[in-house]
Design a protein around this ligand. Structure first.
Ligand code: SF4
Ligand code: SF4
Length: 184
């Protein structure tokens, strides 16, 4: 998978997209707490007609998202690679397993800094979704780039005091676009 610059993209083939169901969790995004990548999930504010800002929804920086699904579900097995030995370790519900999926004894535990998260696996993601509004969908990378434009377009945001803001025109445009997406 390559981006426009031809660089290899880090992470899985997936990308998270937050859709119109996002309520911003009233300005304290739950999904952001689960994301291991700094500044990947960002709060977007709307400019109010009378002045002032109100949390609107979150947007994902498509260049930063590694598709790990940690914002999507709690029911995940994390796959780690040891940075020095290359060994694979699995982590589920804060317990670690070796590459044969045997639980690790305390003295076999690698240090956290030696591990690199390289992916996730899940058998059943239906019951443990992170988002209370079911606003997070995982897409293949190219498709996600297209779909995400219906919900946020960072090139149209401005920043006010370090916050990402969409003006009322921009918000209206997004909402019109979403109607097109859903054929209504
Ligand atoms: S958890 Fe869901 S509703 Fe809350 S900020 Fe994330 S996408 Fe939006
Ligand atoms: S898939 Fe992973 S990197 Fe991407 S937004 Fe979700 S938690 Fe962050």
């Amino acid at each position: 998978m390559a981006d426009e610059g031809g660089k290899k993209r880090k992470g899985t083939a997936l990308l998270a997209v937050m859709d119109e169901n996002c309520s911003s969790c009233a300005g304290s995004p739950l999904c952001e707490l689960h994301c291991p990548v700094d500044d990947c999930i960002n709060l977007l504010y709307e400019e109010l007609p009378g002045g002032g800002l109100k949390p609107y929804r979150v947007w994902v920086d498509n260049d930063k998202c590694i598709g790990c699904q940690m914002c999507y579900s709690d029911d995940l097995t994390k796959v780690h690679r040891h940075k020095e030995t290359g060994e694979i370790y699995y982590e589920y519900a804060n317990r670690f397993y070796d590459s044969s999926r045997k639980p690790l004894a305390p003295d076999q535990m690698p240090k956290k800094f030696q591990l690199q998260l390289i992916g996730t696996e899940s058998e059943d993601r239906l019951d443990k979704k992170i988002c209370p509004w079911d606003a997070i969908k995982m897409y293949e990378y190219e498709e996600a780039l297209e779909v995400s434009k219906y919900f946020y377009d960072p090139s149209k945001f401005k920043t006010v005091g370090g916050l990402y803001v969409v003006d009322s025109e921009g918000k209206k445009d997004l909402e019109e676009q979403q109607k097109d997406l859903y054929g209504g």
